[in-house]
Design a binder for this molecule. Structure first.
Ligand code: ADP
Ligand code: ZN
Ligand code: ZN
Length: 807
């Protein structure tokens, strides 16, 4: 199996000895194409030579033991078939990149060459560089020539026999080694020690180091070089000279980068409602492998999970706890570590490559510190050998779905398949379940348990809708705040309580528009207007990250009447600073949470009550638990409701109920205020009464009527190319071909709302699959049509993207 997007495996030849040594799931280095070297994974060892090509020999065996087990291989195959992607795509996504060593082309000088006159200018530059250093990487050649396309020059040099090239493989993972100090073997008698101190009497610093060493060694623990330096107050060079004198020795121990240090507590005692829920979950598990726990916000679902986890650990099995990416960097890790300490390993994208390798290895070896994996979606790929339980917290979250790049999988659904492979149970938890999961529970496909009481019997927050159209008419708005919202904020501040304000958009204001001619500055690479970021006074594209300084005048008409319209988090923050100058305002969005500890910093400050009002985007809705928040404000509910997507209403409901759930979690009932132009909107009414079932029934009705999931499944096909006409011709051909097979159930072709991104034109087609139509047959047919499409020479350069369950 090679980490490339080609839908097949490849056969390489091995010797008998190699075949005996190799096992499925081990990595081998193999060459592919003319010069490329790849990390391949052994998928099958067999004796059938390929008929269409000659099997090459493998280059090197990279593992002593399989890195990937058979259950994983089965799981990957399912993902590849179901999501219509190559096994290689899954392989590449599954392994931490450090395991996928890559080759690099290295350029060497041919010592025998002396005919410099025949070299062109560029060629000479490379040749000359090789006089100063023995080898060059292609990257260095690129730097030397100052251009990207260097292979023609390199090839020319090879032809002229001036250089030769080799592929060099490099291993990327670096174990973290800690340097320790011990005494050289010749000094273990007391006499020799006295002699030693005598000898050092004139080297004061070195003597200090040795004396401190003896102090520290009374504890019999290994002594870190760094610790000795600090305690003895000497520099690294002092230790080094002692090593040179054969008095000390350095040695190294490999350690994990992430280690839990701290105390653990017992699990909390459950209240009667949680007890009942736990009992019911266990009952459903006798008949069902999947159970949905619908528990309102702050009902204490996490505590229920911990009890289940404990039982599975006691039975000697592993647990996978899936969370949306963002929730992971915050409180839940700490909360679970208090109970399970160093049995937990965490796995998510803000971890470095090396940290991820360590987690992988710990799971592979079933180490005690990898009994519970807390992870984001990609942790479903870890080498579990005996999973007993998977918990999918906030199962409705969109971030479980990977949209780009392939494999475009849904981690919740893939986790269900994974649990089946392990004969494990899986619990989906949410206060606002996805329509599909709730539907499956209603159909008795999943077990179903409810938890309807907030912990401590705190009531769900009081939710009020504020009609901003009315407020504008009566001139009761200050900036983007209604007088009512301001009053509620003031009341909470007076009580020394905290406030969360939700604005589903970052930046200062989404659009800048010329008041004279109405033109808005556009991204040069995408079909979208630029967003204004006031702090840096610049315009940015949220699709391709293009940025430029805010212009003084309109590019179209030249007048200096550029004006901002709409509003984002940054603008809200500034307005608040003016309205409440004595209070501390914080902001949490993509722009303020970059870096590994970005989230923790802001959330930590809010927890420590160093921030009074926190303004943020939807990342505020993900499973946070603050005990002093009494007011949650949603500044503009309408953008969420008007989103052009069949799930917009479901999503808007989930998001608003989740953010509301951050209010009044511990003591008294909280308040939620929602500003809207449309207070009679059904969804807002359902949010204000937290009526999930009514939302569910109504949405389900619409899904049936308009033929959407959970009744119909969908597959989305996207075509992309720089040339508009090419995509257009391609998509029309494709539409007809699909229409011939699926008729009315093919929708499109359409251009998405942003129809050009990074200079690529985009067209979409959606295929709907009716309840009784076979998924497998449909996918086979789509694959056939795709193969024909790609056989057409004109269409071949068009990017063809398939997204199964594209929602
Ligand atoms: P949910 O995940 O359902 O929103 P949490 O598990 O975060 O709810 O619980 C809400 C709050 O109540 C947390 O601060 C939690 O520590 C507390 N809590 C929940 N159950 C218990 C319990 N049995 N004993 C003590 N505190 C609890
Ligand atoms: Zn752009
Ligand atoms: Zn203008």
């Amino acid at each position: 199996m090679l980490p490339i997007p080609i839908q097949k495996t490849f056969t390489y030849s091995v010797t008998n000895e190699e075949a005996n040594f190799l096992n499925e799931g081990m990595r081998v280095a193999v060459s592919f194409g003319k010069t490329k070297m790849f990390t391949g994974l052994v998928f099958k060892i067999h004796e059938n030579a390929p008929t269409l090509y000659e099997a090459k020999e493998i280059h090197q065996i990279l593992d002593e033991q399989p890195l990937v087990n058979n259950l994983q291989l089965k799981h990957w195959q399912w993902i590849s078939t179901y999501y219509m992607c190559s096994l290689g795509d899954v392989f590449r996504a599954a392994l931490p990149s450090a395991f996928l060593l890559e080759s690099e082309t290295i350029v060497y000088k041919n010592e025998a060459f002396n005919n410099e006159d025949i070299l062109e200018d560029d060629e000479f530059l490379i040749f000359e560089a090789l006089q100063h250093q023995s080898q060059l990487t292609i990257h260095q050649v690129v730097d030397i020539l100052g251009k990207k396309k260097v292979m023609p020059t390199v090839n020319e040099l090879i032809k002229k026999s001036a250089i030769y090239i080799k592929e060099q493989i490099y291993e990327q993972y670096k174990p973290k080694l800690v340097k320790y100090v011990r005494l050289h073997a010749s000094y273990n008698s007391d006499e020799s020690l006295n002699a030693l101190l005598e000898e050092l009497s004139r080297a004061k610093k070195q003597r200090d180091a040795v004396l401190t060493f003896f102090q520290l060694s009374t504890t019999k623990k290994p002594i870190k070089a760094k610790d000795l330096e600090t305690k003895a107050n000497v520099s690294a060079s002092v230790l080094k000279s002692l090593v040179d004198k054969n008095i000390f020795e350095f040695y190294e121990i490999q350690i994990d980068r992430i280690n839990f240090k701290g105390d653990t507590n017992d699990l909390k005692e459950l209240n009667e409602f949680q007890e009942t829920a736990l009992k019911e979950i266990k009952e459903t598990f006798t008949n069902n492998d999947v159970t949905l726990l619908h528990g309102i916000t702050s009902s204490g679902k996490t505590e229920v999970y911990t009890k289940l986890i404990q039982e599975v650990l006691d039975a000697g099995k592993q647990v996978l706890f899936l969370l949306p990416e963002i929730a992971l960097t915050t409180q839940i890790i700490t909360r679970l570590q208090v109970y399970f300490g160093d049995q937990i390993s965490v796995f998510h994208s803000k971890y470095s490559m090396n940290e991820r390798v360590e987690v992988w290895n710990n799971v592979l070896e079933n180490k005690s510190k990898a009994q519970i994996i807390l992870g984001a979606r990609s942790s479903i790929f870890l080498p579990f050998s005996n999973l007993g339980l998977i918990v999918v917290d906030e199962e409705h979250e969109t971030s479980y779905k990977q949209f780009e790049p392939s494999p475009r999988y849904n981690a919740r659904d893939s986790a269900i398949v994974l649990s089946k492979l392990h004969n494990a149970k899986i619990l989906l938890g949410s206060a606002t379940p996805s329509l599909e999961s709730y539907f499956n529970a209603q159909q008795n496909k999943y077990g179903f348990v409810e938890l309807n009481r907030r912990f401590g019997n705190v009531q769900l927050p009081k939710i009020e809708l504020i009609d901003v159209k009315e407020k504008h008419r009566k001139k009761e708005m200050k900036g983007h705040f209604s007088d009512r919202m301001l009053k509620l904020i003031q009341e909470a501040l007076d009580e020394k309580e905290q406030i969360i304000l939700f604005q589903n958009r970052r930046g200062y204001s989404p659009v800048v528009e010329c008041k004279t001619c109405g033109v808005a500055p556009q991204c040069p690479n995408c079909d979208v207007s630029l967003t204004y970021h006031k702090f840096k006074n610049e315009l940015r594209c949220h699709y391709c990250n293009y940025q430029r300084a805010m212009p003084n005048s309109c590019a179209a008409c030249g007048s200096n009447t550029l004006d901002t319209k709409g509003f984002g988090t940054e603008q809200i923050e500034l307005e608040l600073k003016e309205l409440f100058p004595d209070f501390k305002i914080g902001r949490m969005d993509l722009d303020t949470t970059r870096g590994k500890f970005g989230y923790q910093k802001i959330i930590g400050a809010f927890e420590a009550r160093e921030i009074d009002i926190l303004v943020g985007t939807q990342m505020l809705s993900k499973g946070l638990d603050f005990d002093n928040v009494s007011l949650v404000g949603i500044l503009n509910a309408d953008t969420m409701l008007n989103f052009p997507d069949f799930r917009a209403h479901e999503r808007a409901y989930q998001m608003m109920v989740q953010v509301s759930g951050r209010a009044g979690r511990s003591k008294k009932q909280g308040n939620v205020a929602i500003q809207t132009y449309n207070p009679y909107h059904k969804i807002l009414q359902q949010v204000s009464s937290t009526n999930y079932t009514e939302m569910y029934k109504e949405q389900l009705q619409e899904r049936w009527q308009y033929k959407y999931p959970p009744y119909f499944r969908t597959i989305k096909i996207t075509l992309k190319h720089r040339d508009f006409n090419k995509v257009d011709t391609g998509v029309n051909w494709l539409f007809k071909a699909l229409y011939n097979s699926f008729g009315e159930n093919v929708l499109g072709p359409t251009a998405p709302a942003v129809s050009r991104i990074r200079n690529q034109y985009i067209k979409n087609i959606v295929i709907k699959i009716p309840p009784k139509q076979s998924l497998a047959n449909t996918k086979n047919q789509v694959t056939k049509i795709r193969n024909t499409f790609e056989a057409v020479k004109d269409f071949r350069p068009i990017r063809f993207i398939i997204d199964v369950d594209n929602y």
